[in-house]
Design a protein around this ligand. Structure first.
Ligand code: GAP
Length: 530
């Protein structure tokens, strides 16, 4: 394990994810596959689905006032939509190519890595000037660089037979189909402001150098909420639920000075609200909720901070952008963005399409009025969340034969993933591949599956090796049917985190596992360690 500790964590985790069947490079059997795209294999897909389910439960199903409606838009959008949204003209990154070896890299990333320059908010011209000024060369061959260009990140396609084909793009964010469907949802769901429309689905960006595994991909999944409200009543009905939530925050003032640029303060949502840091309590509400959500996924409080983006980093129409940054081995990384997009999107789509994207406001004793709602948008990347969760859940194994320092030390690398999102909640094993054991184990496996609990059955190999395999993919519990099961109707449950085992009645396994996964009870509440 000593060798793996020297490697950057990104390589350690990505390597494990490949080897343990979480993910594979898309079409890897052909020339190592397509860069920037990953397929999710059974273990990884289960983890990804569990994160999406946890998000849905946390943000969508738990919200009854206001309501949040979920949609599923097509991944292809006609060009008109993306002209209106501004993506065709300005959704680009600065690209620089080497005159000698033709390597192509992101110019801002090159400045950050070669001269340690902060590039947030810099224009293409400023990046070009800095490259010349610092005499930055090609990272591959040291050759001279061509002028910096704006490279549009959208993947173009055509829809229909060639003569009558229509220009279209793979959507670069899920948000745009929400704006296009806004009026239909508003009318058919008889929605009233404030309300939200959300979507979980794929987005595509032709990233210049997707070299950071699941952090920067060309095809990835977003979970976005567009929260619509009356600009004259910018209040979230559930604000009180988060007002005492503590967060770490980097304010704009702090970033203004080089010396303190990275300093965050611990503050409650309401204190930040009182200090005028948030433009309204809807954005404050989502900042608090997001901080709570990522803690529930296992990211420690001190490894997260919200950064109030600088004015030059925010689009002209935005009245506030806050990014949740998570501390990784490679540094602080943006994991989600919460933007107050005002009425910009509904206005531009209204202008370009001719549709009336408004809402009725009827206050008692007043005439009905029409408003174009304002929007706060929390935007999450699923794979980035998944990676951050795994890097924080990674526990290196100890050297073979070395003395344990902690009770949980073991000789294999493992993932301490939170039980409710772990790929499998439990493994079910017969101690040996004997009919009197396998029959009961399969019956237990089937009973757990029928309850919709993700479980896996494995009867091959030594039991110790099977426990290690369970740990390696982050499985919190293992049930084993042994010879005592036939005598007294009990099975063992092994707890991943402590490696302790207890015996419980076979018929109680379903409710016990549910209670453990929901963290309603602790492991040792169900029995004495064997
Ligand atoms: N609708 C707003 C929007 O899309 P964004 O900051 O461009 O905002 C939101 O993206 C989130 O989507 C990011 O915080 C990140 O988690 C994820 N994301 C963006 N680009 C990504 C990429 N190339 N690979 C993986 N995740 C990405």
């Amino acid at each position: 394990m000593a060798e793996s500790k020297k490697k950057p964590m990104l390589d350690v985790v990505m390597d494990l994810l490949m080897r343990r069947g979480f993910i594979a490079q898309t079409a890897e059997i052909y020339n190592n596959g397509l860069a920037g795209f990953f397929d999710f294999l059974p273990v990884g897909m289960q983890l990804k689905q569990n994160i999406e389910k946890a998000w849905r439960e946390f943000f969508v199903w738990s919200s009854v006032d206001p309501l949040i409606f979920e949609i599923q838009g097509a991944v292809v959008l006609p060009e008109e939509v993306l002209i209106a949204s501004g993506h065709v003209s300005s959704f680009s990154d600065p690209l620089v190519a080497c005159k000698q070896c033709n390597a192509e890299v992101r110019a801002d990333h090159l400045l950050e890595s070669q001269v340690g320059m902060k590039t947030e908010g810099m224009t293409t011209q400023q990046i070009q000037a800095a490259i010349m000024d610092k005499d930055v060369k090609c990272p591959e061959c040291g050759g001279d660089l061509a002028p910096v260009e704006d490279f549009n990140l959208m993947l173009k396609t055509e829809v229909g037979p060639s003569k009558n084909s229509k220009r279209a793009y793979l959507r670069p964010e899920t948000a745009q189909s929400i704006f296009c469907d806004y009026k239909r949802v508003y009318q058919t769901m008889r929605a009233q402001l404030p309300f939200g429309i959300c979507q979980i689905g794929p987005s595509y960006r032709n990233e210049i150098s997707p070299r950071q595994g699941l952090i920067r991909m060309r095809g990835f999944t977003q979970m976005e909420i567009e929260f619509f409200f009356d600009p004259e009543e910018p209040t979230h009905p559930d604000y009180d639920a988060v007002k005492n939530t503590k967060i770490n925050l980097i304010t704009r003032d702090v970033q203004a000075s080089e010396a303190t640029a990275d300093d965050s303060i611990e503050i409650t949502i309401d204190e930040a609200m009182q200090q005028g840091i948030f433009p309204n309590n809807i954005q404050a509400y989502f900042v608090g909720k997001v901080f709570e959500f990522y803690q529930s996924l296992g990211i420690p409080f001190e490894s997260m901070r919200f950064r109030n983006l600088l004015k030059e980093e925010t689009p002209f129409y935005s009245m506030g952008n806050f990014d949740l940054e998570i501390k990784l081995d490679m540094g602080w990384k943006e994991a989600i963005g919460i933007a107050y997009r005002t009425d910009h999107d509904l206005l531009v789509h209204g202008e370009h399409s001719g549709a009336k994207l408004d809402a009725d406001i009827q206050k008692s004793g007043q005439k009905l009025k029409k408003v174009v709602p304002h929007v706060v948008e929390p935007s999450f990347g699923v794979e980035r969340a998944l990676y951050c969760v795994l890097e924080h859940a990674y526990r290196p194994g100890i050297q073979k034969g070395a003395e344990k320092e902690k009770e949980s030390d073991r000789e294999w690398d493992w993932f301490q993933i939170q039980p409710h999102i772990a790929p499998f909640s439990a493994m079910v094993y017969p101690l040996m591949k004997k009919p009197e054991l396998t029959e009961k184990a399969i019956a237990l496996f089937s009973a757990l599956k029928k309850e919709g609990i993700p479980v896996f059955y494995d009867q091959a190999g030594q039991i110790g090796r099977r426990y290690a395999r369970a740990d390696e993919i982050g499985t919190p519990f293992c049930f084993t049917v042994d010879y005592q099961t036939g005598e007294d109707g009990t099975v063992t449950i092994r707890d991943r985190d402590t490696m302790k085992q207890i015996r419980v009645p076979l018929e109680d396994c379903v409710p016990i596992l549910k209670a453990l996964v929901r963290r309603e009870k602790k492991f040792l509440d169900f029995g004495e360690p064997i």
